[in-house]
Design a protein around this ligand. Sequence first.
Ligand code: TNX
Length: 540
Amino acid sequence: MDLIPAPRLVRTAPRGEDFVLNAGTSLDAGPGTEGTARWLRGALGGAFGVDLAPGAGGIVLRVDGGLDAEAYRLDVGPERVEIAGGDAAGVFWGAQTLRQLAGERAFRRAPVGGREARLPAVAIEDAPRFGWRGFMLDVARHFMPKDVVLRYLDLLAAHKLNVLHLHLTDDQGWRIEIKRYPRLTEVGAWRTGTKVGLRESTRFDDRPHGGYYTQDDIREIVAYAAERHIRVVPEIDVPGHSQAAIAAYPELGNTDVIDTTTLPVLTTWGVNPNVLAPTDSTLRFYEGVLEEVLDLFPADVSPFVHIGGDECPKEQWRDSKTAQARIEELGLRDEDELQSWFIGHFDRWLTERGRRLIGWDEILEGGLAPGAAVSSWRGYAGGIAAARAGHDVVMCPEQHVYLDHRQDGGPDEPIPIGWVRSQEDVYRFEPVPAQLAEEGARLTRRVLGAQANLWTEALDTVRAVDYQTFPRLAAFAEVVWSDLPAPALRDHDGFAARMTAHRARLDALGVEYRPPGGPHPWQRRPGVVGRLKEGPPPIV
Ligand code: TNX
């Protein structure tokens, strides 16, 4: 059956009879399963040209309060297929497994080779290891049209991932319409050109790049995600990575240090010294932004709001009389504490509105705000420190799950970045570091889950995004969903064997993953300079 991610328990019936799905198959959807019924009719209805009309027997969907949240049972017999989920999400994850049982043709949008599918007789019991099974897509560095985001939501659902973190703002672009500040998108959503490659690369295209999501686009994305039991976590990055906003509203920058009116939306990459001014007017401006963000991302869909906090160089604050006056007035020790004050402000502001702040692990520096959760990206250390201090953590160490990093050490990888992280490396990623596990369940529980992050400095098309993301996201999905043993004991050979069937599913979906033998000629980018890190990544 080659299911990915692997379920906890699979019992096959050796002489059991297959279930035949065809035009006569009915769908019996119990209370709370209507969304999954809609999804099944769309997916299987398209793939096999069947109606799945309401009726008894056939495919039966039920919520069963006796099961845990997100857990499901799937029973396939000759007469009926029953999915029982602990909640609506559990039923939906069961339906994803059902689709895999129906074969690769179930991943196409119209029938090829007949309007019938055979599902093997089987009994499955399944539940996720973590509640936060995330993927971050950087739509700021290269904008990805709305359709790409919706397609990725489908791909996440197919892998039982349930969080999409959208990196919506950065130096190189602002991607979300904010009605009260129209220049954020009029000016901030596009740049005049783009540096091709990283660091030492001297190549620029002279091609304008841009795009943004209207508020209705965002509402559609959020609703589409919710229908698939995926939470969308918006990221508005402050106080660093903000040059697109400063280009639109120069008063947001450190105007007593540089002439911010000349700052363009950035066309290059890297850590950027042009950061927000730590003033009351900047805070008010971003409260205005966040008010609209909260309206677009309702609390029940997305309690967490990501405010970035990463890579904020402090030179301008050191040189700024205004920033220094602020430090003195607040009785702070240094610029790190000033950043902590900045983040703390939004922690309180979000908490007052029933939300939770999450930020990159730099928000630990200068003191972590009381309600904050941490995306631990520079390694495990930030996450461990945060968990010990009683904070929730999402593990996304760049040493393991940065999907912009190259998949192979050979010369053919397109614009090679970072360390070599193969499918097998990702398969052996462990979200709960030994130090925390040893300290017991109280700390282990602080690890909400993990996230694979895709930064797009070098990825200018959905094709390039597919290449970096797959097959590794499938390995990641199994890490966060399945009950795998310790990394060294994981059966990667077995996983790789199942990936043969899974690649056929990805082919049917039209995903341009990296082939096991290396990139197709058209997936290479000969001559474009990347940014390598050599050797095995240090585990920190
Ligand atoms: C670090 S991860 C960044 C990003 C870059 C990424 C490239 C993080 C919070 N900041 O701005 O895109 O490295 O790998």
